[in-house]
Each structure stands twice: as structure tokens, then as C-alpha cells.
Design a protein around this ligand. Sequence first.
Ligand code: SF4
Length: 290
Amino acid sequence: MQQSRLLQMQLPGHRLRCLACARRCVIEQGRRGFCRVRTNEDGALVAANYGRVVTGHIDVIEKKPAYHYRPGSKLLSIGTVGCNWSCDFCVNAEVSQADEVIGKRLSPTDVIQLAKQYGCQGIAYTYNEPLVLIEFARDIGILAHREGLFNVVVSNGYGTPEAVGVLSEFADCIIVGLKANASPSFLKKHLGIRSPNSIFETLLGLKRRAGIHIEINDLILGRNFELAIAIALTAFASMPMVAVSTVVGPLIEIPVMLAIVWMALRRRNHLQVIEVEAKSAQKVGKGGIC
Ligand code: SF4
């Protein structure tokens, strides 16, 4: 477990506000936030999923998917339990919506050693939302840089300015996964998110940070495609920073990829299945390492 002083705001009555994502949960003492992994322990924000890796695989960067950053690179992709969203079509629901913190105990040094052992050039924080494990990702990411590895963050982008600050300490490439063009009606119906504004503010915050490569992966779910919103999104992604902010950032465009999939019903919370899968991955030893 790891305390997070950077991403918490102290409130009266031993309550605190978590600043890791745009939900900005107010957490009572002894309780946990929406993501189920960030808890209030005696007035301190603790990430219970710190160092608990539930999924680990070796894959190429195009699988994240990123097509404009170090093509062909091999990555160690890791994830923990917990997510700040609750998509009713999530394919990783057993991990993202787990009620209990599980996973192999790995320190940041262990993760780096595994990446090097498997000949990876980078680490990807993926499978579940990296914002809910941001302290663990940052500790790994800083070590990764010292060892000549790079960091890829695959996020829903539902962040805060404070989280953008922490991401900028270690992220080299960030892939923001939108759902249905971030259509407000879709987000409200399927994710319970009232507005996509925080996603676009996070994208702008990241874009202002020189040196971070950004790509948008827009997941089109079945027929949930609105041409007008998609056009607005690509216009946003190609807008020079000087046009959207008084802060002059890099004049780069953000590649946008559209991926079309069909929604499936979420399978709820099969913790045992995940543990069995993790063990068989270790036994097979091809890519799976947990
Ligand atoms: S990271 Fe978790 S606890 Fe923190 S604001 Fe988001 S959902 Fe709430």
C-alpha cells in the first residue's frame, strides 16, 4: 500500500478528497472511493493496489494501440485491479470492477527487471485505468527512465490537472481511449459520466507538456457513431495549441484512430477466473508472467 500526499486534499472530519481523477471522490475515514482501490486510512489517501500486479503480458506497442510512437517496440504491459469508470460493456470487468484487491506482489524494481528479462523497450500501464494506480506507475516509470526504458500510459483521460502533473513526471506516450466519440449522451447512458469536458481538459493539459506523445483511440461501439461529433473531435485533435490556449505548447497534431467494436454484456466479478488465468499464463510462459 502506498500513501499519496500529492493527490489528496484534506477535508474536515478526517475526510479527504482524491484528486487522481475527475470524479474527485470525497472519502470518509475507513472508506474507499468509486474505484474501490483508493482508501482513506486515518485521514491519509492510500492506494491499496500499489505493487499488486494482476495482469502482465509482453506485446508490441501497436496492440495498445499506438501507431506513431516507436513502432515495433516490445512492451511489458501491466495492470492492477480498479477503475474510475464502470462501463457496462467493459471486457476487463473482472479486473477493473473487482471488489477485492488481488495480484502478484511486485515492486517497481521487480517490474523493471521483468521488462529487461523479456527484452522490452518500454512499460505500458494498461488493462485497467492507470490513474487509479498512478503512484505505482510513476515509481516504476521513473526507474524505467533510469534504465533506458520508456513509458506508455493507456488511459480514459478522465483526469485532473494534478494528475496531469504527475503523469508528466514519467509518461512518454499517452493513449487516450475515448468511447463513442466521447458523445455526452453515450457517456451518460453507459458510463454514468455527466460530461466529457474533463477528458478534453486533460488532453489539453497533456498537450501543453512538451515531450509527451499523445494518440487518441476512439472506440466506436456498434452504431454509436455521430459524424458531427467525430468531425469536431478530429478538429480538436488537429488544433494548434496557440489557438486553444494562451500557453504556447508544441504545435503538434494528435493522431486519432477509430476502432469499431460491438458491445457485449459485462461479465461480473469472477475473481477466481482471473487467478486461474494468471496461473496458467505463468505455466505456459509465453507472454504471461504473473
Ligand atoms: S481515482 Fe478513485 S478514489 Fe480517486 S477520484 Fe477517481 S474514482 Fe475516486
